[in-house]
Every structure is written in structure tokens, then in C-alpha cells.
Design a protein around this ligand. Structure first.
Ligand SMILES: C[S@@+](CC[C@H](N)C(=O)[O-])C[C@H]1O[C@@H](n2cnc3c(N)ncnc32)[C@H](O)[C@@H]1O
Length: 315
């Protein structure tokens, strides 16, 4: 099913200009710098590992998180990318976020002493991500050197920046197809609160034709497939690819975006390893989420998917 963008003229076009100041492949570390045993898949202790095996995750925002929708309409919490990076990488290894937005993944990578590269086509978000990374580091890494780099470029070009088998983990939250590409009606809010500053605004990233957020679901999933297919050889064997998405409603039809993403990733050569539910009830329940009796809002808005794939071992 193909959905179409509405209200396009309400959003200012942001010019996308590829930043050509980086070498390809980019000069960045990707090897472990920790003292863990070779066979360990991360730097966690056995106890931490066991605790992390629960399939429903809940996160809380901290002060450094971006909650202001004017700055970025859809940032995930630092604790989300932190958890994923801890699960699937060692210190020093390379993490990539093809849709880095406000740079949350890179903030986690900086905290955890992982090398990381993030891409976004929106210049304002690239600047925001850079400014977050330049703020004082919370942890002392005792002289260990890792870098976190933000590049203004289309995720479609991300593969050009890496050599084969360099990337240990990709983690991202892509635009959820064209979910944001329409006027916001605040249906989960009650009474006067509904007509807040966001009411009737389009909180889309941009209307650039390169932006995956302007694509209907079929074109969106094709673009995801192409991006990840080109990244496949750049992944270490058994390297993980974690994608956070939500399903959406479009004109009273449920669009199961997570199923399209799973298909796209399988077509691109990856294997699904885990489906994790991000339980967002603690974030949304103070705004009257169920909306009964008008029943605009369903339970489907209280959770999102965290899909975990890997580059399968060679036969
Ligand atoms: C859901 S947001 C990512 C938010 C991010 N996880 C954070 O915490 O800030 C998706 C991002 O993808 C970017 N984007 C859309 N199309 C893109 C493309 N073709 N290449 C790179 N970035 C793109 C948008 O500008 C937006 O910032």
C-alpha cells in the first residue's frame, strides 16, 4: 500500500549538501581496546548479561536527552542506545548510525568508549549532534582514544565510508516512513491541552527528496533494503544491526512498518535474531493515551519495536 505525503508546503525545505571533507574509507578505529576474552561478545559481566535478557525494555529520559520537539521531533533516549551498544560491542569497536538525528547514538558511544560514525541529511541535526558531543564528557576513559564523528550525508552513501568487516554494530531509528508527514492533531491529548504549540504543525524532518520520511511505505522499505544491502559487507560477521521502529495508522489503516523492515533486512541478507518491545507506557500515560470513549488512540501507540538482526555467518 502506498501512502502519500500531505501538507508538504507547510514544511520549509532544508537544503542537503553532502559534506565532502571526509576520506573514504574514513580514518577511524574499529578494533577492541578492552581486555575481555576473545570469545566474549561484549564487555558485560555474566550477571549483567543475564539481567539484559528480558525481552520488554523500558527507558527513562535524563537531563541530556532531547525532549524539545523544536530541536528534533523524534530523538530516542540515551539509555536506549547505551543498552544496545553495551549488548553488542566491546570498547573501541565501531558503531554506525545511518540516521543519527540529534546524535543520541554518538553520545552513548562517547560515554562507552566506542568509535562511532553517524549520518544525517539535515544540516541542523548534524550541528545539534556535534554540539551534544562537544559537551563535557561524563566519564573518564583514562586516556583510551575513541572518536565519534557526525557526517552530513545521505544514509544511501554510508557504505562508502567503511572497509569490509569494520562495523561491529549499526543502531538507528529511521524515519517511520511518512508517519510525521502530516499535520499533528494531538489525538492522545485531552481538552485544551490538545491545541498546544504542536497542534496542526507538521513535525517532519524535511521535505528533501532524499529524506526517507517523505516516502510511502513501499518506497521506504526499498530504500532501507538498498542502504543495508550495501552495508552488509562492511559488517563484521555476526555483527548486529538494531532498528527501532513503530507501526503507524494511515487514513484508518494500520501500517505494520516493522514487518516491512524485517522483509527489507532479510532481502538485504540479514537474519532476524530478536524482536524486543520498547514499552513506552511510562512516557505516554500522562497524556490520556487510551482516549476512551472516542477511542482514537489504541494500545499500539504505547510501544515500539527494537528489531535485532545480524550478518549471518558464512555457510
Ligand atoms: C527518527 S530520526 C533519528 C533520531 C535519533 N535516533 C535521535 O535520537 O536523535 C530519523 C532521522 O533520519 C534523518 N534522515 C531522513 N532521511 C535520511 C537519509 N536519506 N539519510 C540520512 N538521514 C536521513 C532525519 O533527518 C532524522 O533526523
Amino acid at each position: 500500500m502506498e501512502t502519500t505525503a500531505s501538507s508538504e508546503k507547510d514544511v520549509k525545505d532544508k537544503e542537503f549538501k553532502r559534506d565532502d571533507s571526509f576520506s573514504r574509507p574514513i580514518d577511524i578505529g574499529y578494533e577492541r581496546i578492552c581486555d575481555c576474552k576473545g570469545s566474549h561478545i561484549n564487555c558485560m559481566t555474566a550477571k549483567e548479561w543475564v539481567k539484559s535478557q528480558i525481552g520488554v525494555w523500558e527507558f527513562f529520559y535524563e537531563k541530556r536527552d532531547i525532549r524539545d520537539k523544536e530541536k528534533h521531533p523524534a530523538a530516542y533516549p540515551i539509555s536506549l542506545s547505551t543498552k544496545v551498544i553495551k549488548l553488542f560491542t566491546h570498547e573501541g569497536e565501531l558503531v554506525v548510525d545511518p540516521f543519527v538525528g540529534s546524535g543520541t547514538t554518538l553520545v552513548s558511544a562517547q560515554d562507552l568508549n566506542r568509535n562511532a560514525v553517524g549520518f544525517d541529511i539535515n544540516k541542523d541535526y548534524v550541528e545539534l549532534a556535534k554540539s551534544r558531543l562537544s559537551q563535557t564528557r561524563l566519564t573518564d576513559h583514562s586516556g583510551k582514544k575513541t572518536e565519534q564523528i557526525v557526517i552530513e550525508d545521505d544514509a544511501r552513501n554510508a557504505y562508502e565510508y567503511f572497509d569490509d568487516e569494520q562495523i561491529s554494530l549499526t543502531i538507528t531509528s529511521p524515519p517511520y516512513s511518512n508517519l510525521l508527514n502530516r499535520k499533528r492533531k494531538n489525538k492522545s491529548r485531552r481538552g485544551e491541552d490538545r491545541k498546544n504549540d504542536q497542534y496542526d504543525k507538521v513535525e517532519q524532518y524535511s521535505q528533501s527528496e532524499n529524506d526517507l520520511g517523505v516516502l510511502g511505505i513501499e518506497k521506504f522499505s526499498k530504500a532501507m533494503e538498498e542502504i543495508y544491502e550495501k552495508l552488509l559487507p562492511k559488517m563484521k560477521i555476526k555483527g548486529h544491526n538494531v532498528i527501532n521502529v513503530a507501526d503507524m495508522w494511515w487514513e484508518n489503516t494500520r501500517i505494520p512498518i516493522h514487518i516491512y523492515v524485517i522483509e527489507a533486512m532479510e532481502n538485504a541478507g540479514y537474519e532476524l535474531r530478536n524482536t524486543i518491545i520498547w514499552d513506552r507506557t511510562n512516557i505516554v500515560n500522562n497524556v490520556g493515551i487510551f482516549g476512551w470513549p472516542s477511542n482514537y488512540i489504541t494500545m499500539g501507540t504505547t510501544f515500539e519495536y527494537i528489531l535485532d538482526f545480524w550478518r549471518p555467518p558464512d555457510e
